[in-house]
Design a protein around this ligand. Sequence first.
Ligand SMILES: Nc1ncnc2c1ncn2[C@@H]1O[C@H](COP(=O)(O)OP(=O)(O)OP(=O)(O)O)[C@@H](O)[C@H]1O
Ligand SMILES: Cc1cn([C@H]2C[C@H](O)[C@@H](COP(=O)(O)O)O2)c(=O)[nH]c1=O
Length: 262
Amino acid sequence: MVHLCNLTLSKSLNFGVLAVRRSLNLRSNISSKCSVKSIRMENGNNCSPKDASNESRGALVVFEGLDRSGKTSQCGRLLSYLEGLGHSVELWRFPDRTTSVGQMISAYLSNKSQLDDHTIHLLFSANRWEKRSMMESKLKAGTTLIVDRYSYSGVAFSSAKGLDFEWCKAPEIGLIAPDLVLYLDIPPEKAAERGGYGDERYEQLEFQKKVARHYKLLEDSSWKIIDASRSLEDVEKQVKEIVSEYVMSCQKGKPLSTLWSY
Ligand SMILES: Nc1ncnc2c1ncn2[C@@H]1O[C@H](COP(=O)(O)OP(=O)(O)OP(=O)(O)O)[C@@H](O)[C@H]1O
Ligand SMILES: Cc1cn([C@H]2C[C@H](O)[C@@H](COP(=O)(O)O)O2)c(=O)[nH]c1=O
């Protein structure tokens, strides 16, 4: 089914570099605009007809899961692994607290400010939109992006507060769809036993149980569920086994697509 999306992408705002850019950059074919017709995909819509041209690109690999499920630890390990294989790869995270929007989010999460639930939801989304065009450029230039949290966190956490699920998804429509979502699955009670839990606003056991239920509603064909209650090394091994295949298929020219299919 043909689906019109007519996206006009904003120019990238300050690219607060959490990203670690290293290693070989195999190609440079940078286009930061996309204004277009799209075709429905399994977990999203094609970004533009041009993106269906089988050009080599980097993969968008997203880690999701409850607070303290081990995402940051696994992102770091995967970064080292892919760099070791000679890939161009960067590590990103959302919220990106370095931008002015990100600083508002950070103040909210650390209980230094209060915001209406809808407002903070839209700020989280805006924080992804301000990176959207840079994300597309990097991927098209052949850089694989490992991203610590993305739109799924946005929807799972806000809908767990009671906001309408579809309303929560709406501002994410048109962001780049991940090629792979690695969901680190852990019982909320076990995550709560891990270091540093309880420092920020959402790190409360009963709330995290609700978030886990809302995450499950978001699972689609791009997801792989990983048992994150195992050792760091066992989780790392499984992540590596899964990711290589996705990086290769993007190198072979899998088209970019956008969130969100219905
Ligand atoms: N598989 C594991 N087994 C035991 N401890 C782990 C494992 N993975 C991570 N940890 C520990 O749990 C804590 C949280 O890990 P990490 O920061 O990677 O999680 P996170 O999902 O990124 O957390 P958050 O979302 O709250 O930022 C750290 O102290 C880390 O060393
Ligand atoms: C991206 C995103 C995150 N959240 C929540 C999830 C976590 O509780 C915090 C971020 O903590 P981290 O240690 O920096 O991962 O924010 C959210 O509610 N909505 C989002 O879009």
